[in-house]
Ligand binder design. Structure first.
Ligand SMILES: CC(C)(COP(=O)(O)OP(=O)(O)OC[C@H]1O[C@@H](n2cnc3c(N)ncnc32)[C@H](O)[C@@H]1OP(=O)(O)O)[C@@H](O)C(=O)NCCC(=O)NCCS
Length: 154
C-alpha cells in the first residue's frame, strides 16, 4: 500500500475532519476548527488523495516544564491516529518516523507522550513496538528519537 506522509496543508483539512469523525473524535475536530492547527506541527498520511492518518506533535512548540533526566528541548506527540479500516499496515509507524526524522533534524534527541489510560491496549502495543518505555518518575512514555527511526516496527 502506497502511503505518503506530508505536512498538513489547506486541501487536507476536510479529509482530516472526516478521519477524526470516523474515529468518533468529534471533540478534537471541533477544537481544531475553533483553535486552528498552527500551534503544533501537523502531519497527514495520504493514500492517493485520501487522508488516512494524522499526527500532531511539537516542532516549534517548546514545553515550559522539565522532565527529570531528560534534556530540553524534547519532542512530544499529542495525537496520532490511523483510519479504523487501515490499521496494522504501517501508517502509524510512517507518521511517527517522519515526525522523528524532522525532530532529529531540528536537534531534538528524545520524544515523549502522555498515555491515555482509556482503551489503551492497541496504543500501548503500538508505542512499545516503536521503542517507547515508561519514563521513570513520571506518567510519560518516551524514547530516544534515533530508536524510533531504527527500531523494529515495520
Ligand atoms: C495507535 C495507532 C495510531 C497505530 O496505527 P497503525 O497504523 O495501526 O500502526 P502500525 O501498523 O504502524 O503498527 C506498528 C506496530 O505496532 C504494534 N501494534 C499496532 N496496533 C496494534 C494492536 N492493535 N495490537 C497489537 N499490536 C499493535 C504492532 O507491533 C505493529 O506491527 P505489526 O503490525 O507488524 O505487528 C492506531 O491503532 C490508532 O489510530 N488508534 C486509535 C487512536 C489512538 O489510540 N491514538 C493514540 C493516542 S493519541
Amino acid at each position: 500500500m502506497e502511503i505518503e506522509v506530508v505536512r498538513l496543508a489547506g486541501p487536507h483539512r476536510a479529509g482530516l475532519h472526516e478521519l477524526l469523525v470516523a474515529e468518533g473524535w468529534d471533540h478534537v475536530a471541533k477544537e481544531l476548527q475553533e483553535n486552528g492547527l498552527d500551534v503544533f506541527t501537523q502531519y497527514v498520511a495520504l493514500r492517493g488523495e485520501r487522508v488516512v492518518g494524522w499526527l500532531e506533535g511539537t516542532l516549534r512548540y517548546e514545553a515550559a516544564v522539565d522532565i527529570p533526566r531528560i534534556p530540553r528541548p524534547w519532542a512530544q506527540v499529542n495525537f496520532i491516529l490511523c483510519h479504523p479500516s487501515m490499521r496494522r499496515r504501517g501508517i502509524g509507524t510512517a507518521l511517527l518516523r517522519r515526525f522523528a526524522r524532522d525532530e532529529t533534524s531540528a536537534g531534538r534527541r528524545f520524544v515523549v507522550l502522555w498515555p491515555d489510560r482509556q482503551d489503551a491496549y492497541a496504543r500501548t502495543a503500538f508505542f512499545t513496538a516503536l521503542g517507547f518505555r515508561p519514563v521513570p518518575g513520571t506518567e510519560l512514555l518516551g524514547t530516544d528519537l534515533p530508536h524510533v527511526l531504527t527500531g523494529p516496527a515495520h
